[in-house]
Design a protein around this ligand. Structure first.
Ligand SMILES: Nc1ncnc2c1ncn2[C@@H]1O[C@H](COP(=O)(O)OP(=O)(O)OP(=O)(O)O)[C@@H](O)[C@H]1O
Length: 242
């Protein structure tokens, strides 16, 4: 999957301004945007997802141009076919697990109850071992279960790429190691291209086939690729053919 990213955005808050000038290209399936707090990682991910409109630039994922200020292209977030995992998972507290996952489907937006019974929802409930929790609410789940529900919701519309905002930040250190391993195997199994943002070097080590280093809104030139050689065919989740 080819990512071609060129984002210009100036944000003002009182007397403070923040200039985001992010430009990179990648043919990697595993791109990590790595940088300290406040470096512009979330803004970059939101721009790719269509949740933040750049002032200028061009964003394409594969053959699809998602945004091009020169050509006045700006696809709506729902039309971009990218899954987004929010840092705090952003599950809906009033919907149960099944309904939260169904919300990932376009038709679920109006009536999650009606969309809750579909093959795709059943598939991801099963794949993430969530069937027995289908009727529970997010407040009744562990941190790891919440992450699986959020991942299932992001995957249910069969996106062409996955965007992950600090996916392990909300977890305790032990769970972080387990779920990092689980996401590693999930990505290798699905072969879904992903862009993951993090300030944790351990995430960059596992997922950073291509590392984009960000500092104060600008990509740093020393972003040499780091290839992870620990590929494993083994996969413990119940994933069948897609
Ligand atoms: N709506 C906004 N208006 C003004 N400034 C903003 C706005 N949103 C973000 N910023 C500023 O832009 C900068 C980059 O924010 P961003 O959320 O992308 O950082 P980040 O690298 O994801 O940080 P963290 O790791 O802490 O989440 C920050 O200094 C932030 O204060």
């Amino acid at each position: 999957m080819h990512f071609d990213i060129d984002i210009h955005k100036t944000l003002r808050s009182g007397k403070r301004t923040f200039d985001l000038r992010v430009r990179f290209q990648s043919d990697s399936q595993r791109v990590v945007i790595f940088g300290p707090s406040g470096s512009g990682k979330t803004l970059t991910l939101k721009a790719i997802a269509g949740l933040m409109r750049p002032d200028q630039g061009r964003i394409s994922v594969g053959d699809t141009v998602l945004f091009d200020s020169g050509k006045r292209i700006d696809l709506a977030a729902q039309a971009r076919r990218v899954g987004y995992l929010f840092q705090d998972y952003a599950l809906f507290p009033h919907l149960n697990v099944r309904q939260n996952i169904a919300f990932g489907q376009a038709r679920g937006w109006l009536n999650p109850g009606a969309a809750a019974h579909s093959d795709a929802v059943d598939y991801w409930l099963h794949a993430f071992h969530l069937e027995h929790l289908a009727h529970q609410s997010p407040s009744e789940l562990s941190g790891g279960q919440r992450q699986r529900v959020a991942l299932a919701r992001a995957l249910v519309p069969n996106p062409s790429a996955l965007l992950l905002d600090e996916p392990f930040a909300a977890l305790d250190p032990h769970l972080r190691v387990l779920l990092r391993d689980e996401l590693d195997r999930l990505q290798r199994h699905l072969q879904i291209p992903m862009v993951l943002i993090t300030h944790d070097p351990a995430d960059a080590e596992v997922f950073g086939e291509h590392i984009v280093r960000l500092h104060e809104g600008i990509v740093q030139p020393d972003g040499a690729p780091v290839v992870d050689e620990t590929a494993s065919d083994e996969y413990h989740l119940s994933l069948g053919p897609q």
